[in-house]
Write a protein that binds this ligand. Sequence first.
Ligand SMILES: Nc1ncnc2c1ncn2[C@@H]1O[C@H](COP(=O)(O)OP(=O)(O)OP(=O)(O)O)[C@@H](O)[C@H]1O
Ligand SMILES: [Mg+2]
Length: 262
Amino acid sequence: MSAQTPDETPVVLEVTGIDVHFEGVIALDGVSLTVRANQIVGVIGPNGAGKTTLFNAVSRFVTPAAGTITYHGHSLLDLPTWRLAHLGIARTLQGLGLWPTLTVLENVIAGAPSRTPLAADMLAFPSADRRTRTLREEAMANLVELGVADRAGAYPGALPHGVQKRVIIARALMARPSLLLLDEPASGLSATDVNQLIELLGSLRSRMAIALVEHHVDMVMAVSDTITVLNLGQVIASGPPEAIRANSEVANAYLGQTVAHA
Ligand SMILES: Nc1ncnc2c1ncn2[C@@H]1O[C@H](COP(=O)(O)OP(=O)(O)OP(=O)(O)O)[C@@H](O)[C@H]1O
Ligand SMILES: [Mg+2]
């Protein structure tokens, strides 16, 4: 279950008043979001509300026309995308995005940010072998944590959807993130898989902050400390799960909505 995070907990991500426009479409309009250490923040809203665009702005796939985004107090807007994994920001995409011709283990290893070799590594022999071994061990440890180590040698296409979803989280963990952005991790999962995902997020939060975009509202309510609701690019509500559940504007935004999953 969610735990309230006190306000004095350090802020990991601070998004303030961001606007994102796409040729005539206002995807985000003055959106703000705060994620604190060891907190799980849910982001919900109807299809097209701007949830993925918010993650795209944080991961620098799109550049906001206005507003600020800071990570541990430093502006992200001046940084190129490739630096983010080095800083400890990892994300999973709304689709699966696994390479079909790589094994599960290779897919996970590919999630490791390239680390500049230390001088000691370069002098030691054979450093490349050692780095490869370290990455394999780290990737295997992540697969163990996700409960899918027995599939390490399989190709993603041969695996059930629920297993593939775990592999993409294992891959994101290779960045050793302090901020993990998950875009619809529960889509297409069985009830059992969703329950296991809830448990996993509860355990990951002890070492990172998590922002979670999800249409599975019951799951978001179960794991989140706070929830931000987007509708038509604007934040229409933000607060603890019980307040969001009782909010009539939120109910109206969802009412009659058939949610399409990617
Ligand atoms: N690259 C793009 N070019 C043009 N329009 C875009 C682009 N990305 C998103 N949009 C538009 O911005 C709006 C917000 O889209 P976004 O994908 O962020 O919504 P979402 O809340 O993630 O929806 P869903 O729940 O369906 O995933 C939509 O109107 C969408 O069509
Ligand atoms: Mg989306």
